[in-house]
Design a binder for this molecule. Structure first.
Ligand SMILES: NC(=O)c1ccc[n+]([C@@H]2O[C@H](COP(=O)([O-])OP(=O)(O)OC[C@H]3O[C@@H](n4cnc5c(N)ncnc54)[C@H](OP(=O)(O)O)[C@@H]3O)[C@@H](O)[C@H]2O)c1
Length: 222
């Protein structure tokens, strides 16, 4: 009988909603928790619960992150957040704080979506924030590792309108075959594929340290 458990942060988002559905339907998991800030309704799976937390008080989330596999799909845009500082909070400070709580609660691995180009010393603000999040989480030393997924543009149906993203999506979908070899890391990817890669990676051989999936290694798992 399985006792394995999961927790998902960012389950109301594009990638997170696909992921939550996949994990809820995986019989290898006995229990799951969706940790968020607003109720979205039940998934229809009795072993999966939705809990609301105050992300300004991370310690309140600790007991809900007491799971083997903690997945994080949290994120925003600078436009939506309203400032660089607010963006930094959602895309770096909150994920690292959740990682800290998950580690304290006994999580064995942490899996997070960041972005292609993530680098704490990047001159590009967005890439630097994503890189800082990865570095902050890497320092927590999860026993079965930190798994980092670095997609380029994520394609999928959104309820909210993001016009610039829609144009980029159409362009990148049309030119997808051109992104071969070393350019694969810049190829657009479906939200569902990102979720599938995360799900599969959770069950692949695990080891301490940081495991990065981008370009070919991301598409191979998806
Ligand atoms: N979209 C892309 O093309 C793209 C490309 C590369 C990397 N990424 C990264 O991939 C990840 C997932 O992207 P996505 O498009 O699936 O994201 P998304 O649809 O925008 O979902 C973001 C999630 O974060 C939560 N969130 C946002 N602001 C929050 C706050 N202040 N406090 C707590 N939770 C908050 C949202 O909750 P609510 O529903 O409550 O708002 C939602 O669950 C993100 O880290 C993103 O930066 C995205």
């Amino acid at each position: 009988m399985t006792t394995r458990s999961f927790a998902v942060l960012g389950y109301s988002g594009l990638v997170g909603s696909h992921l939550a559905k996949m994990l809820a339907g995986d019989p290898r998991y006995a229990r799951g928790t969706l940790v968020g800030r607003r109720a979205t309704g039940a998934l229809g799976a009795p072993h999966v619960s939705e809990v609301l937390v105050d992300f300004d008080h991370p310690e309140g989330a600790r007991r809900h992150l007491a799971a083997d596999d903690v997945y994080c799909c949290l994120g925003t845009t600078i436009k939506k957040a309203g400032s660089q500082a607010a963006f930094h909070k959602v895309d770096c400070d909150i994920p690292v704080a959740m990682g800290r709580e998950a580690r304290a609660a006994g999580a064995t691995q942490f899996l997070i979506v960041t972005a292609v180009g993530a680098d704490p010393s990047s001159r590009v603000f967005y890439s630097r924030v994503k890189g800082e999040a990865e570095a902050g989480l890497a320092a927590l030393d999860f026993p079965a590792g930190l798994k980092v997924f670095r997609p380029s543009l994520i394609v999928g149906e959104r309820s909210e309108r993001r016009p610039a993203e829609s144009i980029a999506m159409a362009l990148m979908s049309a030119t997808r075959p051109l992104f071969a070899g070393g350019l694969a890391r810049y190829r657009a990817i479906d939200a569902e594929e990102v979720a599938r890669a995360m799900h599969r990676a959770a069950f692949s051989a695990t080891a301490p340290g940081v495991h990065v999936y981008e370009g070919q290694s991301l598409f191979a798992l998806a």
